[in-house]
Write a protein that binds this ligand. Structure first.
Ligand SMILES: *[C@@H]1O[C@H](CO)[C@@H](O)[C@H](O)[C@H]1NC(C)=O
Ligand SMILES: *[C@@H]1O[C@H](CO)[C@@H](O)[C@H](O)[C@H]1NC(C)=O
Length: 375
């Protein structure tokens, strides 16, 4: 009898831990998210007893996250089995595997921005809640990644809320039009339109930083190049995480780092380019500077921060942008994450390598805002 009671008590304790303590610990009741967190904790525990002799400086937390991605790849091959379904499946897959949920106290407000009869959606993100004062406050205009084919406020708000809190800035998320429904340059038109719209609202360009990751990093560079061409006032600075700067996928790192990259594979290169450029693929070539900023000019760029991992296929995109920016005498900072994956700072909740780079970016932003402009 007492044995049974004891067993029952143990079961109750275990159920309580699973049902209450874990959701409390991670601030969420989303099952796939909690499953990932628990798997990550268990793997971290295991790796804390086993070092990686080839990569001794990586934390157990990082290696655990990397293993999780290997077990459950973001861009699994089966997604491409039927090309007509691939994008739809990809979007569903990404949504149902959100790695950073939105903190409940983070405030998000939608606004429809209109410029020259062109309307585009934006989301103001404030963590903690506050009101953006247009004439004074600093603004981070954020362009999300996702190969120009997926990503939205739902998949990015967790990360953007974190940035708002860490940088002590209001973040403005752009919901740009995605491919293949809206092929390039639709996304660039949306980005320039929202920038013009906020300038028209009375925000000064010197209050604005533009930031983006992956395709959003490419979009940040393309947008800055478009602002230069259109002779618009430039933002205070531009920050890019693993920017996809060459959609023709021509760099050597695409093959060199293929086996190390746990996130991106470009086995479907022609298919992907066709999604981005649509029926114009033959007219608008993928290595044209209007869609691949690497082949455009960096002359006259504002301060630029580039971050990339050395275990990713996009490594050389960043190295080449860095070299071109330096050649053009841009004030450019380059931070490489040795042995780290594509857009690793986005996984700030899982490993310290991510938080360290974001802290460096925070300090960089502060320095750039503190500098006196000579314009
Ligand atoms: C955050 O920014 C506001 C102005 O936007 C400023 O008043 C406040 O002191 C800043 N907080 C910190 C911790 O720097
Ligand atoms: C596609 O090509 C047509 C005809 O050359 C052109 O009018 C149109 O602007 C192009 N679209 C894009 C998105 O480049």
């Amino acid at each position: 009898m007492s044995f049974l009671t004891g067993l029952l008590k143990s079961v109750v304790v275990v159920v309580l831990i699973v049902a209450i303590a874990i959701p409390l610990r991670y601030g969420s009741t989303d099952y796939p998210y909690l499953r990932a967190r628990v798997a990550h904790s268990l793997l971290t525990f295991r790796y804390s007893f086993a070092s990686d002799p080839d990569r001794p400086h990586l934390t157990a937390e990082y290696r655990a996250f990397e293993t999780l991605l290997r077990l459950r790849p973001l861009l699994a091959d089966h997604l491409y089995a039927d090309p007509s379904q691939a994008i739809k499946l990809l979007r569903l897959h990404v949504r149902s595997n959100n790695v950073s949920p939105k903190p409940s106290e983070c405030q998000i407000d939608k606004e429809v921005f209109v410029h020259n009869q062109h309307s585009t959606d934006g989301f103001w993100i404030n963590h903690p809640p506050r009101t953006f004062q247009k004439k004074i406050d600093k603004l981070l205009l954020y362009f999300h990644g996702g190969g120009y084919v997926f990503g939205d406020i739902e998949t990015y708000r967790g990360f953007e809320c974190y940035l708002s809190q860490l940088f002590n800035m209001t973040v403005l998320h752009l919901e740009y039009r995605l491919c293949p429904e809206h092929t390039l340059p639709a996304a660039i038109e949306d980005a320039v339109a929202i920038y013009r719209a906020i300038l028209n609202q009375g925000v000064s360009s010197s209050q604005i930083m533009i930031m983006g990751d992956s395709a959003g990093g490419g979009l940040s560079l393309l947008t800055t190049q478009a602002l230069l061409t259109q002779q618009l006032p430039l933002p205070r600075g531009v920050i890019v995480l693993s920017p996809w700067a060459d959609i023709s996928i021509s760099s050597e790192s695409y093959t060199r780092n293929k086996d190390k990259d746990v996130m991106l594979r470009f086995d479907q290169k022609e298919w992907l380019i066709e999604q981005l450029l649509g029926s114009n693929a033959s007219q608008l070539s993928a290595d044209h500077h209007s869609v691949s900023p690497l082949f455009g000019s960096f002359e006259g760029f504002p301060s630029l921060f580039i971050n990339v991992g050395t275990a990713e296929t996009l490594e050389d995109d960043s190295r080449k942008v860095f070299a071109k920016a330096k050649e053009a005498k841009v004030d450019v900072t380059f931070e490489e994450g040795e042995h780290l994956m594509h857009v690793y700072p986005m996984f700030f909740g899982y490993f310290p390598e991510a938080r360290r780079t974001l802290e460096n970016i925070r300090q960089w932003i502060q320095t750039k805002f503190d500098q006196k402009l000579n314009t």
